[in-house]
Design a protein around this ligand. Structure first.
Ligand code: ATP
Ligand code: MG
Length: 395
């Protein structure tokens, strides 16, 4: 069976001459995500229609709800060129919405964009309102504040849809190029990645693994987070860096108070190297200002100076509570809060430096003489392609 979904866009419609670039990217991302169901996209100028074959509604809905660039979408039905056919569909959609909401205030919205249909929009709305009212005595037309509505659009075809569901908004993944996300198992970095994917970056991710000091479960947790992010990202390349040798090297040579900030500096250099190799134009972290010692302005100056690419920190100005709310919304919170420690926790000094002196830290970094170890990480880390998971992001 063929199903049709109307896809609505927001910010893309504000684009000028390059608008088709964004629209084509969105079409490509949607057809790729639903390619098993023979997905095809038609339309343009702000209205797209997706057709899929034998695709369960929950699969289509769950997928579309995660694709950046989609502001809203709805399952759509095509009526024949007569009022009986329109009525049949409208009544069916009304029944579905009564069942789903248990509410009875409704509205019929009709738009007639061609004048050759034999009824005008007012007449169609009245006729359909009457047909819906016949379903139950509890029903009431409420044009100002309806519980649900049914929409009829008389275009080249007569299109009818009921419940409109929200998409993530933003811009299609890939339209801003590639970005390399430092993905730890925590709450902040998956949120940071999601926010940047929503601004059009196609993500790849790096996880610094320090086995046996960090467990296999900690690594599995990061893989699960990547699987959830992969849903809005159309798959994700994950680089799991074997960071143990470098971490031990750092801890063996530096003052304990500087160990975290120095290992972060090394992570930034490795991120830069992997970003270069993967044609990423930026690095993304989940750092939030003043959250911990390594995220003060002074610390960020030190770690940021080890990467010449732009470093995006989209949660920099958010409270933990605000980040948690986004994590819950995008479906990463549960996984992020599984109790497996990351290397930063295991190797954390008791008294980390909070206001590092820039020059002094640079000297400490030079003393590590870690270039070769950093290069090894960049050159030997394998790529793992992570497919998207069925559950996860809900919006
Ligand atoms: P998150 O910030 O993701 O909640 P966290 O709080 O454990 O995890 P922080 O110590 O706040 O991590 O680290 C700040 C940022 O540095 C992270 O958001 C992440 O981008 C990066 N980072 C830290 N540790 C790692 C790691 N082991 N692998 C990849 N990135 C890391
Ligand atoms: Mg954090």
């Amino acid at each position: 069976m063929t199903d049709i979904y109307l896809i609505k866009i927001g910010e893309i419609s504000l684009k000028g001459k390059n608008r088709s670039f964004f629209e084509d990217m969105l079409k490509k991302n949607i057809t790729k995500a639903l390619k098993t169901y023979g997905a095809k996209m038609k339309g343009g100028f702000g209205r797209f229609y997706l057709t899929v074959e034998d695709c369960p509604e929950n699969v289509a809905t769950e997928t579309l709800a995660c694709i950046p660039g989609i502001v809203a979408f709805c399952k759509t039905f095509i009526a024949e060129e007569n009022i009986d056919s329109i009525r049949e569909i409208v009544v069916k959609l009304a029944q579905e919405q009564i069942e789903a909401t248990g509410k009875y205030d409704f509205k019929i919205n009709t738009r007639r964009l061609r004048k050759d249909f034999y009824m005008d929009s007012y007449q169609i709305s009245c006729e359909m309102g009457g047909a819906v009212l016949d379903l139950s005595e509890k029903l009431r037309v409420n044009v100002k504040n309806p519980d649900w509505d049914v929409n009829i659009e008389v275009r080249e075809q007569i299109i009818i849809y009921g419940k409109t569901l929200p998409g993530p908004g933003g811009l299609p993944v890939g339209c801003a190029g590639r970005g390399t996300l430092l993905l730890s198992g925590g709450i902040d970095s998956p949120v940071a990645g999601y926010l940047m994917a929503k601004r059009g970056l196609k993500l790849n991710a790096i996880y610094f693994h320090t086995h046996p000091y960090t467990s296999e479960q900690a690594k599995e947790k990061v893989i699960q987070l990547a699987e959830i992010l992969a849903k809005s990202n159309g798959g994700i390349d994950l680089y799991i860096v074997d960071f143990t040798k470098l971490q031990l090297h750092i801890n063996g040579l530096c003052a304990p108070s500087e160990s975290t900030i120095l290992s972060r500096s090394c992570m930034m250099e490795i991120a830069q190297g992997i970003a270069d190799k993967t044609y990423s134009s930026c690095v993304i972290t989940g750092e939030a200002l003043s959250q911990v010692a390594s995220q003060t302005v002074e610390s960020l100056r030190v770690t940021g100076s080890h990467c010449t690419l732009p470093v995006f920190r989209p949660v920099i100005g958010l409270d933990k509570e605000e980040i948690i709310n986004i994590a819950k919304k995008i479906g990463t919170y549960e996984t992020s809060t599984l109790p497996y420690d990351d290397c930063c926790v295991v190797f954390s000094p008791k008294k980390p430096v909070t206001k590092p002196n820039f020059e002094r830290l640079n000297e400490s970094f030079a003393k590590l003489d870690a270039d070769q170890l950093i290069l090894e990480c960049i050159e030997t880390t394998p790529k793992t392609y992570i497919k998207f998971r069925k559950s996860g992001l809900s919006n």
